[in-house]
Design a protein around this ligand. Structure first.
Ligand SMILES: Cc1ncc(COP(=O)(O)O)c(C=O)c1O
Length: 445
């Protein structure tokens, strides 16, 4: 039993739960406990209404506790709570795969279901490796990620990920992995609005890394179109197309990790549409079910799938999958979520609000300690200078003051304040969000 019981009216004992990606001791000394949600708001155990500036954790794009999603989940759980998808099937993942294939760019018409972004990332890497083997090119075993990239926390995603703190305590990770340089160039692109002007040539780093290892040994490159968890790095104009061209030149599979950027976050179904660059594989999760039930989906080009289908009918083509791949309740949540996005035109809404959002974000330029501002779609990053060589200290103070004193949920990635509200946010709420954040930044030393 801990001594912390008095700190939250809603939790008896804070001690046993080990919170992920959290300073547990600090949290348990001053917990932030959410007990309810609706629309743009969370409600805390202290009875406060908290404006959600982060869609939970980049998930709840349609806003919170949407009736249609709740009803779909309730109905399905009462009808059939689980059915395997190994050797038998049920209708919902087929329906969902069809919907996703209709929405996807190019000929990414095959869908493999997972339960999270991490599983989607690892699934995509394994499919890329197995694809090359399936077509008789088994020497392509190298995987390339990018500095500051985030692809979840499983071993594959951690290996291709490029955030130091997420890697350094976990041993040697996967072999034959390399990283290209990131695209944050603050000598040339400070306070960029949308895509930065400079840096397309940084894609050339992929050519360098390929030549270093011999391009014919490279299986896949995985990048986030907008690298969000690493501090909101918007791709420089022309960069993604150059990455695509280099992959094409060398026969390398290009994976876009769209766990955050899919489902309207950058004003289109997928970032791939927005940037006019089609990868070979897209990973998704989060917004797929509006965060209501864990689920991920990996979208795969027809020709990759076809390469696996050349053997005998009775052989299993891919020895990979999860007990809950295509889970009926998750699939019901996803179908209701996609209906909601469509009925409310939320992707278009996100695009329409983007310039208002951008103006509001950049209005914080000039405040003390604000060293850079970046934005794209309904995403913004307000970067703060590091205090006394203690990375993340100022960012944490701003986050915690926003929560406890101003009833605003923002996210601190180190000293970068990352914002990604539900796509149902209105202009008044955008004003409140940035006015409040600005006030807190001003009051924080
Ligand atoms: C781009 C990207 N990939 C993968 C993940 C991991 O997703 P999950 O936490 O659902 O495993 C995230 C999570 O933020 C992400 O942003």
């Amino acid at each position: 039993m801990s001594n912390n019981n008095k700190l939250s009216p809603a939790v008896d004992d804070l001690d046993p739960f080990w919170l992920p990606f959290t300073a547990n001791k600090r949290f348990k000394g001053a917990p932030k406990i959410l007990t309810r949600s609706k629309g743009m708001y969370y409600y805390s155990d202290q009875g406060h209404e908290i404006l959600d500036g982060t869609s939970g954790l980049w998930c709840c794009n349609a806003g919170h506790t949407r009736d249609a999603i709740t009803e779909a989940v309730s109905k399905q759980i009462g009808q059939m709570e689980f059915s395997p998808t190994f050797q038998v099937g049920h209708p919902l993942p087929f329906k969902l795969a069809e919907r996703l294939a209709e929405m996807s760019p190019g000929d990414l018409n095959k869908v493999f279901f997972t339960n999270s972004g991490s599983e989607s990332a690892d699934t995509s890497l394994k499919i890329a490796l197995a694809y090359h083997r399936a077509r008789g090119d088994g020497k392509r075993t190298r995987l390339i990620g990018r500095e500051k990239g985030y692809h979840g926390t499983n071993f594959g995603g951690t290996s291709v990920g490029g955030i130091e703190s997420n890697r350094k305590n976990f041993g040697s990770l996967l072999p034959e992995v390399d990283h290209i340089c990131h695209t944050l160039d603050q000598s040339r692109n400070l306070f960029s609005r949308g895509m930065p002007e400079h840096g397309a040539e940084l894609a050339g780093d992929l050519e360098r890394v390929c030549q270093l290892h011999d391009p014919s040994t490279v299986a896949a490159v995985i990048i986030e179109p907008v690298a969000c968890s690493g501090g909101v790095l918007v791709p420089p104009k022309g960069y993604l197309q150059r990455i695509r061209d280099i992959c094409d030149k060398h026969g390398i599979i290009l994976i876009f990790d769209e766990v955050i950027t899919a489902f309207g976050r950058v004003g289109s179904a997928f970032a791939s549409h927005r940037y006019g660059v089609t990868p070979d594989i897209i990973t998704t999760a989060k917004g797929l079910t509006n965060g209501a039930i864990p689920m991920g989906a990996v979208l795969i080009k027809d020709s990759i799938y076809d390469a696996f289908m050349q053997g005998e009918d009775k052989s299993v083509e891919l020895f990979h999958g999860y007990t809950y791949s295509g889970h009926p309740v998750a699939a019901a949540a996803a179908l209701a979520t996609l209906d909601t996005y469509q009925q409310e035109n939320l992707f278009e809404r996100s695009r329409e609000l983007e310039s208002y959002w951008e103006e509001a974000a950049h209005s914080l330029k000039g405040l003390p300690n604000v060293t850079d501002i970046r934005n794209e779609g309904l995403i913004a990053a307000i970067e703060l200078g590091c205090r006394d060589e203690k990375p993340g200290a100022r960012g944490y103070d701003v986050f915690t003051r926003c929560f406890h004193e101003e009833n605003l949920l923002v996210r601190a990635s180190g000293d970068v304040m990352a914002l990604s509200p539900p796509l149902i946010i209105n202009k008044t709420q955008i004003d409140i969000l940035f006015d409040t954040l600005g006030k807190v930044i001003q009051a924080t030393d």
